[in-house]
Ligand binder design. Structure first.
Ligand SMILES: Nc1ncnc2c1ncn2[C@@H]1O[C@H](COP(=O)(O)OP(=O)(O)OP(=O)(O)O)[C@@H](O)[C@H]1O
Length: 483
């Protein structure tokens, strides 16, 4: 694959040639809140927001039946184990979101039934499947080192993030051991995955099963996060099928994503037979707290100049700039750094733990601007991200034919902001007729409004965007607009 090839989330797995295991099987109880991915200091929806008024606003959102964060029940009423409830409380989770409240009774019922779940980005799908997994584990001394649940994610970043969530949510479950199966830098790998839960990318997990490092016999739950993406991509879809066929036929299959496009939808029901389902219409998919804007540019150079103009705003919170190719990412990074700006870049061209260094710096706020490709379009949860820039509009491109918008990727990209009721801004750059057509189709598809930013007056642009970003919850913005 040439480096000019547009990246998809699948291209990472395709490039993995030496899958290895991180020597990362560790008792969750030993982990402090700063665990990778879900560490309270790095994210978690409440703990880094000590502001009392913000708390009140989240509870307002969760009390509104039309909001995806609404629930009529408490976690206690969902019948969760005391130790798991303690973990949730430590994370600052007060009430379930809609998808959590609706999915958990279906997921946790016995005999276990397959499940396909869809809800908007940032509405807590991870907790829904992690709570089911934790509730189903037998952590007796004999069993705690035997994998009983397997969670697959399309990228190493997402797999590590899920590990972080399990560590913190399961911190009071004695005997819980979590294994990570993502490509590593060296050839060190354990002889056996002696853990209760495994989280990994499909290629590495498949390889470990083949080499009998990971025993499939006791796996009772298989979760595919970003399921539509995994099943849609040739390499990864095949690997998921092979992993599933190694498991016992009674294994509960759980699929989650914010998007299930028509062509994957039917197939996913074959992968997870007779599932309970929670589905949304595409008009319901956009998140209210994400303000969608676009900037009209005359050409590529003007796109870059506008990005540089925006830079001061990019550093107000944290922000992600999405580009089509690794080459563009490298080029923009080079130019911005040469002009004295600090940016980090993560594309499929970087491998192994080098990628961990970049994403960890971004999570911690050491790097505030991240340039990336579609490889990080999905799942990544960094609550401080207040601005997403679609430097290139995500598209499907067949040579010789006009570019068509990639609706799913657009939604996942902008969903890196506006997490769990927060406010965020997503700005798409449009520099020719083709891109303009794609933007229009995106608006029509989701039935959403994407407003033009007038770049004639940058002070005004700054004011509009800063004002939006400053309001940390959707409700706050809503209230402001009503006045
Ligand atoms: N019940 C809850 N109360 C408070 N915060 C929550 C709750 N559930 C989840 N969160 C927080 O909401 C944020 C988004 O959750 P999560 O990453 O699971 O979203 P998602 O639905 O999987 O999104 P995506 O589709 O982008 O992958 C996380 O920071 C998580 O800690």
């Amino acid at each position: 694959m040439s480096s000019e090839t547009p990246e998809t989330t699948g291209s990472l797995a395709d490039r993995i040639t030496k899958p290895e295991v991180t020597p990362d099987t560790q008792p969750a109880a030993a982990t402090e809140d700063g665990a990778d991915g879900a560490g309270a200091q790095l994210q978690g929806s409440e703990l880094n927001e000590p502001d009392y008024t913000v708390e009140v606003k989240l509870s307002d959102l969760q009390a509104d039946p039309n909001n995806p964060l609404f629930s009529a029940k408490t976690f206690e009423q969902l019948g969760l184990d005391e130790r798991i409830l303690k973990g949730l409380s430590k994370m600052g989770f007060r009430k379930p979101s809609k998808v959590q409240e609706r999915a958990l009774p279906l997921l946790m019922a016995n005999p276990a039934q397959n499940f396909v779940g869809q809800s908007q980005s940032g509405t807590g799908k991870t907790a829904a499947f992690v709570l089911n997994v934790l509730s189903r584990l037998d952590l007796s001394p004999d069993m705690q080192t035997r994998p009983q649940a397997l969670i697959l994610a399309p990228t190493r970043e997402l797999a590590r993030q899920i590990v972080g969530v399990i560590q913190i949510m399961g911190q009071f479950l004695e005997g819980l051991i979590i294994g990570t199966a993502v490509p590593a830098d060296s050839n060190t790998r354990p002889a056996r995955m002696a853990c209760s839960v495994v989280v990994g990318t499909p290629g590495t997990v498949m390889d470990m099963m083949k080499k009998r490092i990971l025993a499939p016999n006791d796996i009772a739950v298989l979760v595919l996060d970003e399921a539509d993406n995994m099943l849609d991509l040739q390499g990864m879809g095949d690997q998921c099928i092979r992993v599933k066929s190694a498991l016992r036929p009674t294994t509960q299959i759980v699929l989650f994503s914010a998007t299930f496009p028509e062509h994957v939808s039917e197939y996913s029901k074959k992968f997870a037979k007779d599932p309970n389902e929670i589905r949304l219409q595409h008009e319901e998919l956009t998140v209210e707290g994400i303000k969608q804007l676009y900037i009209d540019c005359n050409d590529e150079e003007e796109k870059y100049n506008n990005l540089v103009q925006l830079y001061g705003l990019l550093t107000v919170g944290s922000s992600i700039i999405f580009v089509r190719t690794r080459n563009s990412a490298a080029e923009i990074e080079k130019r911005m750094v040469a002009e004295g700006h600090t940016v980090a870049s993560l594309t499929g061209g970087i491998e192994g733990s080098q990628r961990d260094t970049v994403i960890d710096a971004f999570r911690s706020g050491d790097a505030k601007v991240l340039i990336t490709t579609n490889v990080l379009a999905r799942g990544i949860d960094v609550s401080t991200v207040s601005l997403v820039v679609n430097y290139d509009i995500p598209d499907h491109h067949t040579p010789g034919r006009p570019r068509e918008p990639d609706f799913q990727t657009y939604l996942h990209r902008i969903g890196r902001t506006g997490r769990f009721g927060r406010i965020g801004v997503a700005i798409s750059f449009v520099s020719n007729q083709e891109e303009w057509n794609m933007l229009r189709k995106i608006q029509q598809h989701f039935g959403c409004q994407i407003d033009r930013v007038d770049t004639g007056d940058w002070d005004e642009v700054e004011e509009v965007i800063k004002k939006t970003i400053k309001n940390s919850r959707a409700q706050a913005n809503f209230a402001a607009n009503q006045q």
